[in-house]
Design a protein around this ligand. Structure first.
Ligand code: F6P
Length: 326
């Protein structure tokens, strides 16, 4: 088993609060263990463009509290081609890099899975996405911060909704996964939550809103996940308004503000734990694994299993509870 000598860390796909604490942990743990360490800017694109810089303890000073990613990120199409991956490998060789820590979502993990089958490089994935939709970890980096950001916004919307007796449709991120919408909906007491994993008809939604109005609710908040099958918040609001106009209706799209902001304490600790564990895994000779948190333990999952072994399931019990408590 050849020993790892130099690790490179990169972030890829959508940024997420907690990526910086993780980068910091990778760099500092590597140095502590006597390894060289580099940062790859702009994810896979930086690997192809040789946008790689050596890092040390001080390169990651004062970043723990920063949102986004100091290494920048990109959604890179060139890495999907064999020519792009060859260029990337040549650049890793030029920089003497033999281990990679990739922080991102399933697109990022697919990249390292394929790359490490084609080339002699050890890889560990760290789940970083506000969507919390990766198998192998109860929580992904950024999810906790984003949930807090969403509920802070909804609490403010609730103030004005209540003052004006209005119905608000609030669109929350999550193209394929409703985890953020569900947790934020519970924490903010939303009257209804529309999720990509669950077909809620407009008729059902109207029944729920009518029941609320009958209980003298003077405002209502419906969270619409970006990927809901009835369309986005504007579409849903339009369809509801045609039939149910008990309240004045407004729409808020929270958009990319959900991706920014200083990481919560939870995401700072999680990023630190995951980065530390990723380096230790590479040093122990592991590869093609993802790091995750399960029941407060850091665990490794085979990357193939993380990607396609299991479908990420909607938490039905939480959904049922949200209906009862609303
Ligand atoms: O994967 C995280 C995420 O924020 C999704 O919730 C959202 O659908 C997507 O990224 C938006 O991506 P982009 O910033 O590239 O438009």
């Amino acid at each position: 088993m050849s020993k790892i000598k130099k690790i490179a860390v990169f972030t890829s796909g959508g940024d997420a609060p907690g990526m910086n604490p993780c980068i910091r942990a990778v760099v500092r743990t590597s140095k502590y263990l006597g390894l060289e360490v580099a940062g790859i800017n702009q994810g896979y694109q930086g690997m192809i463009d040789n946008n790689i810089v050596d890092m040390d303890h001080h390169s990651v000073s004062n970043i723990l509290q920063l949102g986004g990613t100091i290494l920048k990120t990109a959604r890179c199409l060139d890495f999907k081609t064999p020519e792009g991956r060859k260029l990337a490998y040549d650049n890793l060789q030029k920089n003497n890099i033999d281990g990679l820590v990739a922080i991102g979502g399933d697109g990022t993990f697919n990249g390292i899975e394929l790359f490490s089958r084609e080339y002699d490089v050890k890889v560990i994935g760290v789940p970083g996405t506000i969507d919390n939709d990766l198998y192998g970890s109860d929580y992904t980096l950024g999810f906790d911060t984003a949930t807090n950001t969403v509920i802070e916004a909804i609490d403010k919307i609730r103030d004005t909704a209540e003052s004006h007796a209005r119905l608000f449709f609030v669109e929350v991120m999550g193209r394929d996964a409703g985890c953020l919408a569900l947790r934020a909906g519970i924490a903010a007491g939303a009257e209804a939550i529309m999720l990509p994993e669950k077909d809620t008809s407009i008729e059902e939604l109207i029944e729920t809103l009518k029941a609320g109005a009958a209980k003298n609710k003077s405002s209502a908040i419906v969270i619409v996940s970006e990927g809901d099958k009835s369309g986005g918040a504007f579409n849903v609001a339009k369809k509801v308004k045609e039939v149910f106009n008990f309240y004045d209706t407004k729409v808020t799209i929270l958009g990319h503000l959900q991706r920014g902001g200083s990481p919560s304490a939870f995401d700072r600790v999680l990023g630190s734990r995951m980065g530390f564990a990723a380096v230790k895994a590479l040093v122990a000779g592991e590869s093609r694994k993802t790091v995750g948190l399960r029941g407060n333990q850091i665990v490794l999952t085979d990357i193939k299993e993380a990607l396609c072994g299991h479908e990420f399931k909607l938490e039905e019990d939480l959904l049922e509870m949200s209906v009862v408590l609303a």
